[in-house]
Design a binder for this molecule. Structure first.
Ligand code: SAM
Ligand code: SF4
Length: 324
């Protein structure tokens, strides 16, 4: 067993010195959108019967917290579609984690906002692939732009810390990048641009539509002045304050393809069936659904040493199955 696994202050540190402290919890693979870079329109989903129950999630996360996991982000598929979403939040919020947050497409967000606020959820990341209703519907295959924008702005008004995620797509939404900066400036919301990852359904679009973070930075630099912000070592994004005349915008880039952040990665991933994975690109992992608390030390020691230090090329899974 790795002696460094659990140090005196109960931290998971791997052989490369990475402090593993975050968990992405994929609540379900089901989704009410069909984003073109994520899944096909005729996508079939797993039956909902086998999902971890809210109590099982709490037990697993409590055990992981005992080994230093401090932050949990709920993702999917669309996490708000989980049939017991409120129970999940109720159970996990009992654990008093340093941070419990959600990544959502915001179709169902409006009606959950008060509940989330009451349970001390502060951070919500929202997919917002276009600021134009037509392009939004083209990318997501759902004509719900107004609804998503409305929920995003309402969440901001209610005091949530909102970041938007936009997967950059050449000839589809990349031309809107300056509009997003104006949006950020107007509403004081951080806008983040994601490089399309060459996985699953996105592969077929890669050559036609991929945009690198560098290309985006070169473009916005022509009209905005960019000051890079200091970010934590394990940040997935690199961020800027953009200035133009009296306007100021916050923007970030997640450059998973051209500037992967594996060497600083602090995450583990838990599937909705209880499989714990060391990396988004690794297909396999142990089932910890029925693992006794005494088994965690061995499983985690093995797992964190399987975290790659460099970006792996292939995964058999689609993003909605892994939880982006
Ligand atoms: N349904 C929720 C949503 O869209 O926010 C949560 C799950 S979704 C898989 C999480 C994030 O993964 C979204 O921001 C989405 O844009 C991103 N994503 C999905 N497929 C991707 C791909 N091929 N490359 C880059 N990001 C991707
Ligand atoms: Fe659904 Fe999110 Fe995938 Fe879009 S990116 S299809 S909203 S899981």
């Amino acid at each position: 067993m790795d002696k460094n696994l659990k140090d005196k202050t109960t931290k998971l540190i791997d052989d490369h010195g990475r402090h593993i402290k975050k968990l992405r919890l994929n609540l379900l693979d089901t989704c009410n959108m069909r984003c073109m870079y994520c899944m096909p329109e005729d996508q079939k989903f797993k039956p909902l019967e086998d999902l971890l129950s809210p109590i099982e999630m709490k037990k697993i996360v409590a055990n992981l917290k005992g080994f230093g996991i401090e932050e949990v982000r709920l993702t999917g598929g669309e996490p708000l579609m989980h049939p017991q979403f409120k129970e999940v939040i109720k159970e996990l919020s009992k654990l008093k984690l340093k941070k419990l947050s959600v990544t959502t497409n915001a179709i169902l967000l409006d009606k959950h906002l008060d509940f989330l606020k009451d349970h001390n959820i502060k951070d919500i990341n929202i997919s917002l692939d276009s600021l134009r209703a037509k392009s939004f519907a083209y990318i997501t295959k759902k004509d719900v732009f107004k609804k998503v924008l409305g929920a995003t702005l309402k969440a901001k008004e209610l005091g949530f810390n909102i970041k938007t995620n936009t997967v950059m797509l050449k000839n589809i939404n990349f031309e809107e990048i300056e509009d997003f900066l104006a949006f950020s400036s107007k509403y004081d919301i951080e806008v983040r641009f994601l490089e399309m990852m060459k996985i699953g359904y996105a592969r077929q679009y890669f050559d036609r539509h991929f945009v690198s973070a560098k290309e985006a930075i070169d473009r916005v630099s022509k009209t905005w002045t960019l000051d890079q912000k200091q970010m934590p070592q394990d940040s997935t994004s690199f961020n800027y304050i953009a200035k133009q005349n009296d306007s100021s915008a916050q923007l970030g880039f997640i450059a998973s393809e051209t500037q992967p952040f594996c060497s600083g990665c602090s995450r583990l991933r838990l599937s909705n069936e209880g499989i714990l994975r060391p990396c988004i690109m690794i297909n396999e992992g142990p089932s910890i659904r029925d693992l006794d608390v005494n088994g965690y030390e061995f499983v985690l020691a093995d797992l964190i040493n399987k975290k790659p230090i460099e970006r792996l090329e292939q995964t058999i899974h689609q993003m909605n199955e892994i939880g982006g």
